[in-house]
Ligand binder design. Structure first.
Ligand SMILES: Cc1ncc(COP(=O)(O)O)c(C=O)c1O
Length: 410
């Protein structure tokens, strides 16, 4: 498929009106006149007109120019019939996974899906029976709970351990929670919302448990490209052939390149039986067709978005440093849980003295900031909120200043 090459060479810097060099990620794009859920919901549904949204996981940056250009070219064609996923899309994904993650994937292992949440909702019925217990490491991305409960399965929680600074897996607890061979574990790696990029040793031990106790694993690796200095994402299925044989991996360019509204992701399994079961269930649910713009955006992002991502990562990491310094120095009562990856992080607000149930309202109505309430990810996060810092630094600064004023004037 013709998705490139990038006619707009990506430049890691640009000039502002005063002729100084700034990052392209400093550009503030007005999203309020679009259909953006992130911006419309707090302002128009919750009626806080000037709210800064820092909740749902998309970023306020323009997608890579190569993606925008490919979509524009496709729109210019003018005919938008049912698509068939082209071989070039698979090739772009395989090349990306090999280049960025050292993971050699074959074309026959990949099934395109409209999204990871959709995929979870057909993988669960494909791989388990009603009443089965499915293990998740809580707190965790809330649709994991829904994908289990929507289909009459049981959530089996294996809580992460928190020492006040960072989260760890509790693998002894996880082993104790295993009920039967063939049980499903849904792994979040890197982990949303705690921001951990699991170390190789942690995943190796989990992999050994999975093989010895015959677990099936869905490894949601949607945040795998967003990893900060000193950390390395280990593909779970790449640990060993035995681990690969029982693992279904979910990936997408959506978080990496800020194109989640294009609704196109991929499920990867080297075990043909697992993949067949999943594809049958996807077809039963009516998810067997792709989406024209999603296909074009997916391929263009993986084929041409790399320089953009390489510029984004230091920008996001500088946002992490900015929040850490600001919160530690200027916002008493809040602790920032520094993330190792993702553009999401926890603010531990338990020392603010605000009832957990009133916390998100306090931030929305007193500071004009809309966060994700920690409790939605699990009861472990009562008293926390999740901040989405995938935005220009100027907006981040304004948000933190608003929080500082709200906290100090209580
Ligand atoms: C861990 C995780 N999985 C899946 C998703 C959503 O994926 P999709 O938009 O492909 O359904 C998110 C979005 O925040 C996420 O954090």
């Amino acid at each position: 498929m013709d998705v490139g090459p990038d006619r707009h060479e990506w430049k890691g810097h640009m000039k502002n009106s005063e002729n100084s060099i700034v990052s392209p990620f400093d550009k503030v794009v007005d999203r309020t006149k679009t259909e953006s859920m992130k911006w419309i919901y707090p302002r128009e549904v919750l009626k806080v007109q000037d709210a800064i949204p820092m909740w749902v996981a998309d970023m306020d940056f323009e997608a890579p120019p190569a993606v925008v250009e490919a979509l524009r070219r496709r729109a210019d064609h003018g005919v938008f019939g049912y698509p068939l996923v082209p071989p070039s899309l698979y090739a772009a994904a395989m090349s990306w996974l090999e280049r960025r993650h050292g993971w050699a994937v074959e074309r026959s292992w990949i099934a395109v899906t409209p999204g990871i949440v959709a995929a979870l909702n057909y993988c669960v019925p494909a791989l388990t029976k009603p009443g089965d217990g499915i293990i998740i490491q809580t707190p965790v991305y809330h649709p994991f709970y829904y994908a289990i409960e929507n289909h009459g399965r049981r959530v089996v929680r294996s809580p992460l351990r928190f020492d006040g600074r960072r989260y760890e897996m509790d693998l002894d607890d996880l082993e104790r929670k295993i009920e039967a061979p063939g049980q499903l574990l849904i792994l979040c790696s890197p982990h949303n919302p705690v921001g951990r990029v699991w170390r190789g040793e942690e995943l190796e031990r989990l992999g050994r448990i999975a093989v010895e106790r015959e677990l099936l694993v869905i490894s949601d690796e949607i945040h795998h490209d967003l990893v900060y200095g000193g950390h390395h994402h280990q593909v779970f299925a790449a640990l060993s052939p035995d681990v690969a044989a029982r693992t279904v991996t979910c990936i997408a360019p959506s978080k990496t390149f800020n194109i989640p509204g294009l609704s196109t992701a991929a499920v990867i399994a080297s075990n043909p039986d697992l993949l067949q079961k999943i594809e049958n269930e996807a077809e039963r649910a009516g998810y067997d067709l792709g989406q024209v713009f999603g296909i074009v955006g997916f391929e263009a992002a993986y084929a041409h978005g790399e320089p953009w991502l390489d510029a984004l990562l230091p920008y996001l990491e500088a946002n992490v440093d900015f929040i850490e310094t600001f919160v530690a120095g200027r916002i008493p009562g809040i602790r920032f849980v520094r993330p190792e990856g993702t553009y999401l992080a926890l603010l531990d607000c338990r020392n603010l003295g605000i009832e957990p149930g009133a916390l998100n309202d306090f931030f929305l109505h007193k500071a004009g900031i809309y966060f994700s309430d920690g409790a939605m990810f699990g009861k472990e996060l009562e008293g926390f909120v999740r901040i989405n810092f995938g935005c220009p630094r100027s907006l981040l600064r304004e948000a933190l200043e608003r929080i500082e004023r709200a906290v100090k004037s209580r």
